[in-house]
Design a protein around this ligand. Structure first.
Ligand SMILES: [Zn+2]
Length: 272
């Protein structure tokens, strides 16, 4: 027996919904529904095993998961897994593989037809309406992020951080290694005289350069003690065709690599 997977030309993982529909269709095929002959045909040899091409798409990953008794407990997967155990207990040898689409493969064509029917026929009676746990999880993440974005846009707190990241979504897209220096610049919380003064740890907020309070803005744009570090940052931005001064949003959006390098090159000990 051959468990089939959608073949064809679409890129791997391009349509999860379609894959699920096809798996559902496949399950129907295996159960002999839709008035069609079941894929598991009694006249096939129990020793029949067809090795097909290397697994290429999401559907194959699903069946690999099935084979490994993996972590995916989607209802459809569990159904297929149960059927698989049943036939294997009956000494069937089952293999899964990728097959080319639209070349007349009986099971694949049938799965395609059922999937298209399910997608296009609005009057078709719904025979499966379970929602996978992963979909519930995805929806909760979407809702949570929406709530987070809304709170972030309306809060009066975190003004400095908001100057760098006006949008939560943009920040989440950014994969950065957070260091103490970077956190100091992105939040204003750290070894800055302005911060120490605010919490009465230091008597003065003035920077050691004597040219104003030691704030994040001062460190990034003005402090003469950090001329060398800033020049490196500016040169890198100029090489990218950018202009200086760049605002904070731009620094983390367009020049984040150089900005992180600048942040980490600061020796806060020296400017205390
Ligand atoms: Zn300074």
């Amino acid at each position: 027996m051959v468990g089939l997977c959608e073949g064809g030309n679409e890129p791997p993982g391009s349509s999860k919904a379609n894959k699920i529909i096809e798996l559902q269709s496949w399950k129907g095929v295996a159960n002999g529904v839709s008035g069609s002959e079941p894929l598991i045909q009694s006249d096939l040899s129990s020793e029949l095993s067809v090795k097909l091409q290397r697994a290429q798409n999401m559907c194959v990953r699903y069946v690999c998961n099935i084979r490994r008794n993996g972590s995916n407990h989607n209802n459809l997967i569990e159904g297929i897994r149960t059927n698989l155990r049943l036939v294997e207990n009956d000494r069937w040898l089952v293999d899964f593989g990728w097959v080319k689409a639209h070349v007349g493969n009986y099971g694949n064509e049938l799965a395609d037809r059922l999937a298209k029917q399910a997608a296009s026929d609005v009057d078709l009676q719904i025979c499966y309406d379970k929602v996978p746990m992963s979909e519930v999880r995805n929806q909760l993440v979407v809702i949570s992020k929406g709530k987070w974005e809304s709170e972030w846009s309306t809060t009066s707190k975190g003004t400095l951080t908001k100057a760098f990241f006006p949008s939560v979504q943009d920040r989440l897209k950014l994969k950065i290694e957070v260091t103490p220096n970077l956190t100091t610049l992105l939040t204003g919380h750290g070894r800055l005289n302005a911060y120490f003064h605010r919490f009465k740890i230091k008597n003065s907020a003035t920077c050691v350069c004597g040219d104003g309070d030691q704030t994040v803005d001062h460190i990034i744009y003005d402090c003469t003690k950090l001329g060398k570090e800033r020049r490196t940052l500016i040169q890198s931005i100029h090489k990218c065709g950018g202009k200086w001064p760049a605002d904070k949003t731009k620094l983390v959006k367009s020049y984040v690599k150089y900005f992180i390098k600048f942040a980490n090159s600061i020796d806060f000990e020296q400017v205390q």
